[in-house]
Design a protein around this ligand. Structure first.
Ligand code: GCU
Length: 138
């Protein structure tokens, strides 16, 4: 399947606000996580079929410290304390990718801050099939 974009500002947000005060975001804004442990953004992603998918999170971190997050699918953490390292300033955006197994139908994909600093600023999630990122072998 083709890659699909899911904007953070239209996802389910717990302890975070939609903001537009730093340029370079896609869509209509980004999520500014509240600076607490446990703040999260949860995307609802539909998959045509079960299988591996890449989850690319576009973010900015204008601080000097990592902003790690747990990534879960359907309530199960599939990558813990994933590093979201500094991006030089809040208008410099980077992408962090993890791989996950999705189920056919609805998948709840959540990115939860694991430190009291909260998460980085989060722009969007791009879901691609793992196959898209692999060099074809034939
Ligand atoms: C600053 C910045 C915000 C960011 C926040 C943070 O206030 O303007 O965009 O979310 O720092 O440290 O999380």
């Amino acid at each position: 399947a083709a890659a699909s974009d899911h904007q953070a500002e239209t996802a389910t947000i717990s302890q975070g606000t939609v903001a537009t005060n730093h340029s370079g975001y896609t869509g209509t804004g980004f999520v500014d996580y509240t600076n607490v442990t446990g703040s999260y953004v949860e995307f609802t992603v539909r998959a045509d079929a079960a299988g591996g998918a890449s989850l690319a999170l576009r973010y900015a971190n204008g601080t000097g410290a990592d902003r790690p997050m747990d990534i879960s699918v359907g309530g199960k953490v599939i990558a813990s304390k994933v590093s979201f390292p500094p991006t030089a300033n809040w208008t410099t955006w980077a992408t962090k990718t993890v791989n996950a197994d999705l189920t056919a139908g609805t998948n709840k994909i959540r990115a939860t801050a694991t430190t009291t600093a909260g998460g980085p600023n989060l722009d969007k999630l791009t879901v691609g099939t793992t196959a898209d990122t692999q060099t074809p072998t034939r």
